[in-house]
Design a protein around this ligand. Structure first.
Ligand code: NAD
Length: 355
């Protein structure tokens, strides 16, 4: 295959892992090792081509670098993608072989769960490499990341509310919540306890019923969630929801939520700022799950829920700092977040070169 011009610029190492005997076609992308081992899940997907798989691996590993950096973790960004149908029965030996490729990297890449790869798959990978984290149910595991992600989003929302309304709690704050899945379920505990008023939606009726039964929240159809007058619009379902089609409909002062890649393009972040809407950059506010798994790594002392959750609560300060700098420098919050993440990486690179 031919790489697109400059496609690999800024990437530390990209490895193609092929073994036709076991149907393995995988790519491991190590975006940055400046802060520590490149860490990020392994995704299995029916990519239409190797090029498509490579583009995804590069994009996702770069995102991990920024998320780890802004969260203050000594990890770089990595990601693996396996080109296979996640719904089809797994070819015997394929995941074990993938583990061998991970093992060959000697700990420079740490893998974990992602779309299409579950706990059973991770166990197979772990049979050939120890560089695997996040196998739920195993002793020393950090477990489901969703409660930690929710805890971070909650602290990030509080920082936004403090910034926008000078309010110390979420009491009386109206939140339009898009998606009632795993993170939202845990998030709702904190929001309701704090006195927020939540109006939510989900495309899955069961998720709506579960949340209404437990929290007594108001719900609307997913089609109209963008139109709900609120203080916080909170994406917790899909990426790309802040787009030219939706941005004019928002009647909110803040956008803050768990979803990845909320902005369809960087331009929407600029537009939010023009409209005076405070935006909590997605990868900063939703880093709680990554922070949680960081504490599972033996190199970081082994898993302790209290240490992990204490670190996750610093997301409030991280968001607050981004918002203050955005105001002072008159730049959109997603630019500021990128700068903070890049500065930390640059400093680490310079120190390691000097050393
Ligand atoms: P989930 O799959 O448990 O929940 C997502 C929910 O969104 C589902 O109930 C789904 O029915 C609903 N949904 C899908 N399309 C919708 C639409 N158009 N309108 C309304 N609802 C819709 O996922 P989750 O683990 O709760 O994660 C939520 C978001 O946060 C995702 O974008 C995920 O990538 C991101 N995220 C999650 C974590 C984590 O720890 N789980 C960490 C970082 C980021």
């Amino acid at each position: 295959m031919v790489f697109k011009k400059n496609q690999l610029e800024g990437f530390e190492q990209v490895i193609f892992c092929n073994d036709p005997k076991v149907g393995l076609e995988a790519i491991i992308s190590l975006h940055s090792l400046a802060l520590g081992p490149a860490t990020g899940g392994c995704r299995m997907w029916n990519y239409g081509s190797t090029e498509e798989a490579l583009t995804d691996a590069l994009r996702l590993s770069q995102g991990m670098t920024y998320k780890a950096s802004i969260a203050g973790l000594n990890w770089g960004g990595g990601k693996a993608v396996i080109r296979a149908d996640p719904k089809a029965p797994k070819i015997p030996g394929m995941l074990e072989r993938f583990g061998e490729f991970v093992n060959r990297l000697g700990g420079y890449y740490i893998t974990a769960k992602d779309v299409g790869v579950g706990a059973d798959d991770l166990r197979k990978i772990k049979s050939t490499t120890k560089h695997v984290l996040g196998i739920e149910g195993e002793s020393g595991s950090s477990g489901d990341p969703s409660p930690a992600t929710a805890w971070g989003v909650y602290h990030g929302m509080r920082a936004c509310v403090q910034h926008a309304f000078n309010a110390r709690t979420l009491k009386g704050i109206k939140i339009a919540l898009q998606g009632l899945g795993s993170v939202s379920y845990y998030l709702l505990e904190h929001l309701i306890a704090d006195g927020a008023q939540v109006i939510a939606c989900d495309i899955d009726r069961q998720m709506v019923d579960r949340a209404v039964k437990k929290f007594g929240i108001e719900t609307v159809s997913p089609h109209v969630i963008y139109d709900v007058p609120c203080d916080i619009f909170s994406p917790a379902a899909l990426g790309g929801v802040i787009s030219p089609q939706t941005i004019g409909r928002l009647k909110t002062k803040i956008v803050a939520g768990a979803a990845n890649n909320q902005l369809a393009t960087s331009e929407e972040g600029v537009e939010l700022m023009r409209k005076g809407i405070v935006y909590a950059p997605d990868y900063a506010i939703n880093a709680g799950g990554l922070i949680n798994i960081y504490y599972e790594d033996q190199a970081n002392g082994g898993y302790s829920r209290s240490r992990a959750f204490e670190h996750v609560s610093t997301i409030g300060n991280i968001i607050s700092n981004i918002l203050k700098r955005s105001e002072a420098e008159n730049l959109p919050t997603h630019f500021i977040a990128d700068r903070i993440a890049e500065d930390r990486i640059l400093k680490a690179s310079l120190t390691s070169r000097e050393g």
